[in-house]
Write a protein that binds this ligand. Structure first.
Ligand code: ZN
Length: 443
């Protein structure tokens, strides 16, 4: 070993002790609060152990000076010991001849240890009552305590320190792990344990549970969201959202939110591939429930009018993705088209030919303009396949970009959607029935 390295270590040791000595001359600090000022130095120790170790080195040095007959050291012990606390008790009484009266920690009032223990125990107890599978600890700090800590860190440039908030979070987390066996989850916790410092009181924030799945509407007149008119009358006999209501009881949740990748009209069935959705259960008190059980209560409650299949648990980010992607998806619709006059096979063939990779300009339809932004959108119709059913009735399979209103593609919405089936046929056409048969997973 180079002597230079030894010297460097010695000078670092000197710096740690010197800073601590200066700190303790001015402020009484508990072991945790002193140790926290050097929290990034040393591995696998608590701040309490760091603070304790530093205090003992200082006392050992003082004792050596006192043994050597240094009168100044006795005076220094008299000043420092009340700020150091318990570690100084015996040396103090032997040297000074009085009982030591330790002072309370400047930052935490020597209460931090107690707060952390109390919070850890209380949180462990509360977590058992809410069926949590994991947790995350958050700390809420009072202004005064934060100001006192920052003052010390600033004055002594303590670059290896951590905050009382980080220490609280880590230490409470350790207690909860030891007592409950639960692991912390930093990205998607079931429950956030909020610890208040000062005080150590605890409250739980139960995070929502998100389930990703697919739904089908096997019948018409089913809206996606629960829809009640101003007079309190239900607009449709059942909605997809209502079909999910039994989950409230199953998960002991307070509320439910349906996030879907787009929506179809209430009078359009959702068949084929179904539509992706995420159901958000707010404040669920039960979580360990099989997805098959969740599917069962939905299918049973809606008498098969709405069917759901769940794939997995989702995260908040999945919800954002789900909502942003539906516009990009292509969809296949099945439309029953009624024309005001007879249509020939040639006309239908021409229609198919025309609506191949055709761009449509569409103003927000009249029927929804009162509740949707009035804009003009451009969407592609990729292809149309027709099948004649009667002289003036045909079925059309339409593959189009997400976000195109199909009823208006057929009718033309008095010219606000162009080109349209009516326009190309030169005759008024309406969409009598509409089903969504595929929501493509490709973008
Ligand atoms: Zn303290």
């Amino acid at each position: 070993m180079m002597p230079g390295a030894d010297n460097n270590v010695l000078s670092s040791a000197r710096e740690i002790v010197e800073k601590s000595l200066r700190l303790l001359r001015e402020y009484p600090l508990c072991d945790r609060c002193l140790g926290r000022m050097f929290a990034l130095l040393g591995r696998g120790w608590s701040n309490q152990e760091r603070g304790d170790a530093i205090k003992r080195v200082i006392l050992m040095s003082l004792h050596e000076r006192i043994r050597e007959g240094d009168k100044d050291a006795v005076e220094l012990l008299r000043q420092l010991a009340p700020n150091i606390g318990e570690q100084a008790r015996q040396l103090y009484s032997e040297t000074i001849g009085e009982e030591l009266q330790p002072l309370r920690c400047y930052i935490c009032g020597s209460e931090l240890e107690k707060w952390i223990q109390a919070a850890g125990e209380k949180a462990s107890e509360l977590l058992r009552s809410v069926d949590a599978r994991n947790f995350l600890v958050a700390a809420k700090l009072g202004d005064d305590i934060r100001v006192r800590e920052d003052e010390i860190k600033r004055r002594f440039s303590l670059i290896y320190s951590e905050s009382i908030g980080s220490e609280t979070k880590r230490e409470v987390s350790k207690i909860i792990q030891a007592r409950t066996g639960l692991k912390p989850n930093f990205t998607n916790p079931d429950v956030v344990v909020v610890v208040h410092i000062p005080g150590g009181s605890v409250e739980l924030q139960i995070m929502p549970m998100l389930l990703r799945g697919t739904y089908w509407k096997t019948s018409r007149r089913i809206s996606q969201s629960y829809w009640v008119t101003r007079r309190g009358v239900k607009r449709y006999p059942i909605s997809v959202e209502e079909a999910l209501f039994p989950l409230l009881g199953l998960y002991h949740a307070e509320d439910i939110v349906l996030h879907a990748s787009g929506r179809e009209d209430a009078d359009a069935r959702m068949l084929g591939s179904g539509r992706s959705f995420i159901v958000e259960l707010k404040k669920p008190k039960k979580r360990r429930i099989g997805l098959a059980e969740a599917e069962r209560v939905i299918n049973e409650h809606s008498k098969g009018l709405v069917r759901a299949r769940f794939l997995e648990e989702a995260s908040r980010r999945d919800v954002v993705e789900l909502k942003s992607e539906h516009q990009k998806r292509s969809k296949v619709y099945k439309a029953l088209v009624v024309v005001e006059r007879e249509v020939s096979d040639n006309e239908l063939r021409a229609l198919e030919e025309f609506f191949t990779n055709r761009e449509i300009r569409q103003r927000t339809p009249r029927r929804v303009r009162h509740r949707r932004p009035d804009i003009v959108r451009e969407r592609i119709v990729f292809g149309v396949k027709t099948r004649k059913i009667a002289d003036n009735v045909f079925e059309a399979l339409i593959r189009a970009e997400g976000g195109l209103y199909i009823k208006e593609l057929v009718s033309g919405d008095e010219g606000d959607t162009s080109p349209s089936f009516s326009e190309i046929l030169g005759a008024r056409a309406i969409c009598a029935e509409l089903d969504v048969v595929e929501v493509s997973t490709s973008r």
